[in-house]
Design a protein around this ligand. Structure first.
Ligand SMILES: [Zn+2]
Length: 108
């Protein structure tokens, strides 16, 4: 089975032998690429960015309007990513789309 799925500006073609296999692929796709709209200012003007810091890669979406970021963590297995909606102090506002505030030292 093949399906074509569109989320925002992105289209993907997925292939799987079973509905369960396709469901899993859609889930993984939506988990990451379903976050293209900034939840802080509702802009669709966002960019995918990979930062390399001493061999560690950091994946994030950046809003070109308000400069908020949505950071992604990497699952230990499977090479998949997940949006970070919490930090050490709890749930982040705007579904994880935050800007670091130097004055408070918090992601807001
Ligand atoms: Zn924004």
């Amino acid at each position: 089975m093949k399906i074509r799925y569109t989320e925002g500006k992105l289209s993907v073609e997925l292939e799987g032998d079973t509905q369960k296999a396709l469901f899993k692929q859609l889930s993984e796709f939506q988990e990451v690429f379903g976050n293209h709209r900034c939840q802080k200012c509702q802009s669709d003007s966002t960019r995918f960015v990979v930062r390399d810091n001493g061999g560690n890669e950091y994946h994030e979406l950046r809003c070109t309007e308000c400069h908020a970021r949505l950071s992604f963590g990497a699952n230990r297995q499977g090479g998949t990513l997940f949006p970070k909606r919490k930090d050490e102090s709890g749930w982040l506002p705007n579904g994880g789309w935050v800007k670091y505030n130097k004055d408070t030292g918090k992601n807001e």
